[in-house]
Design a protein around this ligand. Structure first.
Ligand SMILES: *[C@@H]1O[C@H](CO)[C@@H](O)[C@H](O)[C@H]1NC(C)=O
Ligand SMILES: *[C@@H]1O[C@H](CO)[C@@H](O)[C@H](O)[C@H]1NC(C)=O
Length: 363
């Protein structure tokens, strides 16, 4: 029996097909073919197991399973962490609520700072009706400008009176005296609180000109700055950017005078298409059109009036000869005003003087 088994296995192993599949297979032993060529003894084998490949599949499957298990564990950890954080936040909120109830903040108390109050209008909504100094934060807590003390005026009925929006409004109301007035360019219901400005009631044929002065009005020498724009003068205005922009939005026209006097110092190298001088808008955009020229033109007023010292250059200061020249005019494109910074260059050996006027708006 032992010999037969051994023989059987020997032939068996030879006869097994090498490909692997999924169905049972019938295998005829080599010794079992009758003289007629018919098989007189065959074996039915189970589906082939494809040994090594199956091992590979199993291993891959195990790896995938392991990976997924690890991911699930990690997600569970994250979830735990998050719920701990949520719990902490809930605790803090409860604590804040408790403390808030204990202090019983009165938002109408004069000079009391209540974070998040944007305007006198909001104070009115909170039930304040007594005129006086309040602290408001027009652009909200945590942004740009700090909370500031403003005068909120409530009328006898406890409403916000509607103030003139501009000096031109004051002219409409019959005011003719040039002096400081209180205006509220965006009205009582928006965030910029009323503030004081100087009104020149004679300029612009008595249109009522709102004036904003700044710290860079003096004619100033520029020397020793060779690279384009390496000289910087940042302009600080008497009023905040929010106040000025609200006034510009409420006005029909605005203008600001700009002048550069140059001795061999370029505003712009026309041939190389390089600007040495430019100015920066209130919202940080660099502009190289000069006063009196149109936005985007890279030109000066002399080009518009046909008075440039050379037909080849659209600015007198582009001529670059050792003669004192100047380019000046009014910037009038409201979107670009007020001027926030002046930049000059090409004054390593050469000289320049800049002058920037007050911002004036009317209409
Ligand atoms: C199958 O046929 C061969 C050749 O004719 C013979 O020697 C063998 O004994 C047969 N086997 C069976 C199981 O009938
Ligand atoms: C008002 O403007 C006019 C014209 O620009 C000027 O001459 C005058 O000095 C200004 N008045 C004041 C008080 O600033």
């Amino acid at each position: 029996m032992g010999t037969i088994t051994a023989l059987f296995l020997a032939f068996f192993s030879v006869a097994i097909p090498l490909s692997c599949g999924h169905n049972t297979q019938q295998v005829c032993l080599r010794t079992s073919y009758g003289d007629d060529g018919q098989c007189n003894f065959s074996l039915v084998l189970p589906p082939s197991s494809c040994g090594s490949e199956q091992e590979k599949d199993t291993k891959q499957l195990q790896e995938v399973t392991q990976g997924l298990t690890e991911q699930v564990e990690e997600l569970q950890l994250q979830k735990q962490g998050l719920s701990i954080k949520v719990d902490q936040l809930d605790d803090e909120l409860t604590k804040l609520k408790r403390e808030g109830r204990q202090t019983a903040v009165d938002p109408c108390a004069e000079g009391h700072r209540l974070p998040g109050v944007l305007s006198c209008y909001q104070l009115l909504k909170l039930g304040c009706s007594e005129s006086g100094l309040y602290v408001v934060d027009p652009d909200g807590p945590g942004y740009g400008e700090k909370p500031m003390e403003v005068e909120c005026t409530f009328d006898s009925a406890g409403n916000l009176p509607v103030l003139p929006r501009t000096c031109s409004d004051l002219v409409q109301e019959g005011e003719t005296k040039s002096r400081t007035y209180t205006i509220d360019p965006d009205g009582p219901y928006f965030s910029v609180p009323a503030f004081q400005v100087y009104c020149n009631m004679t300029a612009e044929d008595g249109a009522g000109v709102t004036i904003f002065g700044h710290d860079s009005e003096t004619r100033t020498h520029v020397h020793g700055f060779e690279h384009p724009g390496s000289y910087k003068r940042t302009v600080t205005y008497e009023a905040s950017v929010d106040q000025i922009r609200a006034l510009i939005d409420a006005s029909e026209s605005c203008k600001q005078f700009i002048k550069y006097e140059c001795w061999g110092s370029l505003i712009r190298d026309t041939n190389k298409d390089v600007s040495y001088a430019w100015w920066v808008t209130w919202d940080c955009r660099e502009k190289n059109y000069w006063g009196g020229a149109s936005p985007g033109s890279k030109e000066c007023e002399c080009m518009v009036t046909g008075t440039c010292g050379s037909p080849d250059h659209p600015c007198n200061c582009n001529i670059n000869d050792d003669v004192w020249r100047e380019d000046s005019g009014f910037l009038t494109h409201k979107d670009d005003l007020p001027v926030k910074q002046l930049r000059f260059g090409d004054t390593g050996e050469e000289n320049g003087y800049h002058t920037l006027g007050k911002l004036m708006c009317f209409g």
